[in-house]
Design a protein around this ligand. Structure first.
Ligand code: GTP
Length: 405
């Protein structure tokens, strides 16, 4: 049985006919309200070694055949990595989602690592650069076409953990985009094997200081805790319906049994789907704008020798506090005011802490003075006592001379 896949539909414009409703759940209501009728853009870049099942996975995710659209498919045994965006339009009631799936055939096929990654890094930067150019035109009332990459699904080979190429690529991408690590072909691993590989990958990510997308910023507290447990997502892809003994399900049939795509006990497909197309969709877009793009913009301005503006890179970015307006002018003013208030607050806190320190020093000096005074009194008392003793001794030594008289 196919899961309840939600109401997104690929519009005619793209002529990708869905076999069923799309593999996306409904956006939570408040997000739809926030977005209103404005076109809603989401760009996902898919990368990983050839043959890991990226295309099959995307087809499974959107429950349609995107293959022809992600063209041109592999230029005769790839001599270089190419970056192929394919655009789709998904509609639900008043909300339109412009989805772009960016395929990167050839990645991992070459020995030269720089050659492998550079076209992808260039593509990401070019989209930031295009956005910045539009932004600088200051046509505030118009929404800027957004082709920036909002998420990178990075496919990792099952069974081994990260290879050197993965580490190099993930490190390079870390500061540029939201990385979502995905273990491919989860059906080829036993459950214990899968858990071990997940632990190994998480360890390698930490060890190599790779920053992957953090689900923590998403709105939905209950869901995000559950989703976090599944990172890196071990997924599989298949649109074939197979018989699991009781019903027809999407999955892969083996001699020993059936592995089901939509069964959370078999793989993390539905968790990744939930995270990507629902729980974290809005946050991925906002994190791209307020963190990664802001960093690009700040670096760009630094290179130009221009002062950093209000939209600076923000490591501690929290999408809940991010503005939802399309109007860059208002957004800038608001952000500037926010920064000013933050600065005033910081100065106040610093002043308060200096006052505290001063008070502490004052108390300490008072205490020291009191101690010195007590010591002085003590010494005086001792001095008096010694004087008394000396006087007594003098008196005692004088007595016999009186007797002689
Ligand atoms: P390229 O198109 O060569 O870059 O590969 P890709 O990563 O897009 O993989 P693709 O989807 O073309 O799948 C490659 C092969 O792996 C096909 O034979 C698929 O049937 C198979 N495959 C895809 N997904 C899975 C999976 O989840 N499990 C298993 N066991 N096989 C898969």
């Amino acid at each position: 049985k196919n899961p309840d896949l939600g109401p997104w539909k690929v519009a005619n414009a793209i002529q990708a006919v869905l076999k069923d409703t799309l593999g996306v759940d409904v956006l939570p209501k408040q997000r739809c309200v926030r977005i209103g009728r404005a076109p809603f853009v989401f760009n996902v870049l898919v990368m990983g070694e050839t043959g890991l099942g990226k295309t099959t996975f995307m087809n499974t995710l959107f429950n349609t055949d995107l293959t022809e659209k992600i063209a041109p498919k592999y230029p005769q045994k790839t001599t270089q990595v190419t970056v192929n965006p394919a655009n789709f339009e998904l509609k639900e009631d008043n909300v339109t989602l412009h989805l772009s799936i960016i395929d990167t055939p050839g990645f991992g096929d070459q020995l030269n690592r720089e050659k492998n990654l550079q076209p992808i890094l260039d593509y990401i930067d070019t989209q930031y650069s295009n956005y910045l150019t539009e932004e600088n035109k200051k046509t505030f009332r118009q929404a800027i076409p957004d082709t920036r990459v909002h998420a990178v699904l990075y496919f990792i080979s099952p069974g081994y953990g990260l290879r050197q190429l993965d580490i190099v690529a993930l490190k390079e991408l870390s500061d540029k985009v939201n990385i979502i690590p995905v273990i491919a072909k989860a059906d080829t691993m036993l459950a214990e094997e899968r858990d071990k590989v997940k632990q190994k990958i998480l360890k390698e990510i930490k060890l190599n200081d790779i920053k992957i997308y953090s689900i923590d910023h998403c709105d939905e507290d209950e869901l995000k805790e559950e989703l976090k447990e599944h990172v890196p997502f071990a997924v599989m892809g298949s649109q074939s319906l197979v018989d699991n003994g009781t019903e027809k399900v999407r999955g892969r049939k083996y001699r020993w049994g059936v592995v089901e795509v939509d069964n959370p006990e078999h793989c993390d497909f539905i968790h990744l789907q939930q995270m990507l197309m629902n729980t974290c969709l809005q946050d991925l877009i906002e994190t791209t704008h307020y963190k990664h793009y802001a960093l690009y913009r700040a670096n760009h301005m630094r290179k130009d020798g221009r002062p950093l503006s209000v939209l600076q890179c923000d490591e501690g970015y929290d999408s809940k506090s991010a503005p939802q307006t399309e109007d860059s002018s208002d957004e800038f003013t608001r952000k500037e005011e926010e920064m000013r208030q933050k600065f005033v607050q910081m100065v106040r806190e610093k002043e308060a802490s200096l006052r505290d320190n001063e008070e502490q020093l004052h108390q300490k000096s008072k205490q020291l003075m009191a101690e010195i005074e007590a010591e002085r009194r003590q010494l005086e008392a001792e001095e008096r006592e010694i004087d008394n003793l000396l006087a007594q001794r003098d008196q005692m030594t004088k007595k016999p001379s009186i007797g002689k008289k």
